[in-house]
Ligand binder design. Structure first.
Ligand SMILES: Cc1cc2nc3c(=O)[nH]c(=O)nc-3n(C[C@H](O)[C@H](O)[C@H](O)COP(=O)(O)O)c2cc1C
Length: 330
């Protein structure tokens, strides 16, 4: 049974990865319904939070039904990170996660995200200060290292644990790799096999089938799988993995009815949360996957992703239902 601090997250939990512009409250709620055991917000800038930048603050919203939920923050400045911990606490998350893995230039160039992998002492001291500053469990999400020649993840993870980090999620790529190549889970298994490690070690990177999740559990011996891209527009991925774990068989894909229901609820939750315009706009990216595999669906998809008014998107769902309501997915 894995535990993050005092939070019981079950046997081999499935975690929804933090994903910018994806892991928002509506999407997290859908993933939770479909079996995600822990969900994370997208990364939130500590500098944005302390400036009270509206966009950053809005990202702190959480729904009761998605718990346990972790709020992820990033930054490299100790004071800003500590101040933002206090702001984050007011939203009542279950976990505070530190992003030490974001590879994008504008984050890394400020020494934040994966940038901190060049200064492991700072990574450890920042984590320690945050742990001391909050009663909430602090977790870390990071990559294997800055580049291939500087992978020290076994030592890094142990040091993070020693300063009070309560779980670590490791993306099996270096910063230099960005998203290229295949994620390497071997170094993550080495972290787990370190006899001194007792906090959960979650694997991340390229889990896109139930078989891969099973491999991460059975062959690599990790404590849970963090899932990103495979869930975008496909929150059912979580239940499919769980079904496979329980039965060794593949669950039938979601029906058209389930997909339409998810799309409608997703859009409605998004509108309720951030208003018509943003709600319509930011939900678009999910539709392609919701309805993937239906031949000659382009006309409907185009309406869903180009309509600016919510009422027109809902109409597009109704029209798709009329024409494809009985479609059998394989
Ligand atoms: C659209 C997108 C946005 C992301 N945003 C974040 C983020 O805000 N914080 C973070 O730690 N990682 C972020 N990531 C990285 C993912 O959390 C994850 O580590 C990566 O996608 C590998 O996992 P996967 O192969 O299951 O997708 C993002 C990835 C994607 C595709």
């Amino acid at each position: 049974m894995a535990k993050i601090g005092d939070i019981d997250v079950g046997e081999f939990p499935l975690l929804l990865a933090p994903m910018e512009d994806v892991s928002d409250p509506p999407f997290r709620a859908l993933c939770k319904e479909q079996g995600a055991d822990v969900v994370y917000t997208e990364f939130i800038s500590s500098e944005g939070l302390i400036r009270d930048a509206a966009k950053s603050v809005m990202k702190l919203d959480i729904y009761e039904k998605e718990r346990p939920v972790g709020i992820q923050i990033f930054g490299a400045n100790l004071e800003s990170m500590l101040e933002s911990v206090e702001i984050v606490e007011k939203s009542g998350p279950d976990i505070i996660d530190i992003n030490f893995g974001c590879p994008v230039k504008k984050v890394v160039s400020k020494g934040a995200g994966a940038g901190i992998l060049k200064d492991i002492d700072l990574m450890v001291s920042l984590t320690e200060a945050m742990v001391k500053h909050t009663k909430l469990p602090v977790t870390v999400k990071t990559r294997l290292g800055w580049d291939h020649d500087s992978i020290k993840i076994v030592e890094v993870a142990e040091r993070l644990q020693d300063v009070g980090c309560k779980a670590i999620s490791i993306h099996g790529r270096t910063r230099a790799q960005m998203y290229k190549g295949e994620a390497d889970w071997k170094p993550i298994a080495e972290v787990k096999n370190n006899p001194r490690m007792h906090i959960p070690v979650f694997g991340n990177g390229d889990v896109d089938s139930p078989e891969k999740a099973a491999k991460m559990r059975d062959e690599f011996g990790l404590d849970g799988a963090m899932i990103g891209r495979a869930s975008i527009g496909y929150p059912w991925f979580f239940r499919e993995v769980k079904h496979y774990f329980e039965t060794g068989k593949h669950l039938a894909p979601p029906t058209m009815g389930e997909r339409l229901d998810a799309a409608r609820r997703h859009l409605q939750m998004a509108i309720d949360w951030k208003g018509d315009r943003l709600g319509v706009f930011e939900t678009r990216r999910h539709y392609t996957n919701y309805f993937k595999g239906i031949p000659h669906f382009k006309e409907h998809r185009m309406k869903m992703v180009t309509s600016d008014e919510a009422v027109d998107v809902f109409k597009a769902f109704d029209e798709a239902e009329k024409e494809f309501g009985d479609f059998q997915f394989s």
